[in-house]
Write a protein that binds this ligand. Structure first.
Ligand SMILES: *Cc1c(COP(=O)(O)O)cnc(C)c1O
Length: 389
């Protein structure tokens, strides 16, 4: 319709007959029919309408209207968590004996899904390294049906060329799934580059205040129909309350992301000057190996920084323990700045070798830069660096 900011606020259809200005919360498990014939026709999908909140609810529809406009996708499903979205997108579109090619650097639980859950049902995966993307063709098997990637990746901040990967998927007839959690639709729209399915942990930046869990599966109508069939009958639906929160949050996504990115770039530049650092990684720092690519496909660099302090894991832990304001927790994308030590928390279920392959060293720290004043964030970091020396 119009600009991203305007659509995120103005699009959304959940109006009751009470002339409310802000979307109401529909806490109802089912919806009534005027006649038996209407009930029949709705179940037969001859007419559209709400039937039961496991299928759809005005609040999840409102959320989907907004995120589909933001991502430029035709249709979608909202789920109870990001992992329900990752699971649902794969389980609904693949079957026994199918194979997935995935970028190696993936969120910890997505990695568990691919290596330990789906093989139980005969769906197998192979990982490709981003540094070796020219050779991904060799990793394709006759039964490869899906290409699953994350960019920027959690926590490695690896950037994959969406234009390249979109063409690659099309050339090999693969369903391209992109987990767009780190970038959000405000910074990057994978569907534009040919992604068939875009998934989200809405728990992160879309909520943006660390309150609720939620996930999204978005894409072309014909594929989403398959996903809808799966979610309707397996039940990973989002609660109306969480959908209501997330739809409200979409209204402020653009302004929040602008500030997250501005703060993160400032903090990343601060770290770059520090003599305590082995390295700092941020997509919009010229030192990032895929800086030009990040510039090409992302509006700003995002809110996440990774760093390695001199002194390895002991120093990393001393540093974390000396922070006074920044929270030590496993979430990210919150208005509060958050620090996480992936090797001992979010990615601890990976073997040491698996962690090494995705660049998660023992001393690696992930900083989700929040919306506090950048001077206060830097002051906290500076103080903790000094006290941990
Ligand atoms: C957090 C996260 C998920 C999982 O989402 P939940 O809402 O916690 O289930 C998936 N992918 C990425 C990249 C994430 O950061």
């Amino acid at each position: 319709m119009s600009h991203f900011e305007t659509d995120a606020i103005r699009i959304g259809s959940s109006k009751s007959n009470q002339r409310e200005h802000s979307a109401p919360l529909y806490l109802t498990s089912s919806f009534t029919f005027d006649t038996a014939e209407e009930a029949r026709a709705m179940f037969a999908e001859e007419i559209q309408g709400n039937i039961y909140s496991r299928y759809a609810n005005p609040n999840s529809s409102e959320l989907l209207d907004k995120v589909c406009a933001a991502e430029g996708t035709e249709d979608g499903i909202a789920t109870a968590s990001g992992m329900a979205a990752m699971f649902g997108s794969i389980a609904s579109l693949l079957q026994q004996c199918d194979h997935i090619l995935a970028s190696r650097s993936l969120f910890g639980s997505t990695h568990q899904l691919l290596t330990r859950v789906f093989p139980k049902w005969g769906i197998t995966s192979t990982y490709g390294d981003i540094s070796d993307i020219e050779n991904w063709e060799k990793l394709i098997q006759p039964n490869t049906k899906m290409l699953f990637i994350e960019t920027p990746s959690n926590p490695g901040l690896e950037i994959i060329d969406l234009e390249w990967v979109g063409k690659f998927a099309a050339a090999h007839n693969l369903i391209l799934v992109v987990d767009n959690c780190f970038a959000t639709p405000y910074l990057q729209q994978p569907a534009k580059w040919g992604a068939h399915i875009v998934t989200h942990s809405a728990t992160k930046y879309i909520d943006g205040q660390g309150r609720v869990l939620g996930g999204l599966i978005l894409g072309k109508s014909e594929l989403i129909k398959e996903v809808q069939f799966f979610t309707r009958h397996t039940g990973p639906s989002i609660s109306p309350f969480n959908a209501w929160i997330l739809a409200k949050s979409m209204e402020t996504l653009a302004v929040r992301m602008d500030r997250h990115c501005e703060n993160a770039l400032t903090v990343a530049r601060y770290f770059q000057e520090s003599r305590d650092l082995e390295f700092v990684k941020y997509p919009f720092l010229a030192s990032h190996p895929q800086y030009n690519l990040a510039k090409k496909q992302m509006k700003h660099g995002g809110g996440i920084i990774t760093l390695n302090l001199k002194g390895g894991i002991e120093r990393a832990q001393r540093f974390i323990d000396q922070l006074q304001m920044i929270s030590v927790t496993a979430n990210l994308g919150d208005s509060r700045s958050i620090i996480t030590h992936p090797a001992s928390t979010t990615h601890s279920k990976l073997s040491e070798e698996e962690r090494a392959q995705v660049g998660i060293s023992d001393g690696l720290i992930r900083l989700s830069v929040g919306l506090e004043h950048q001077e206060d964030i830097i002051k906290d970091v500076e103080n903790a660096l000094e006290k941990s020396r």
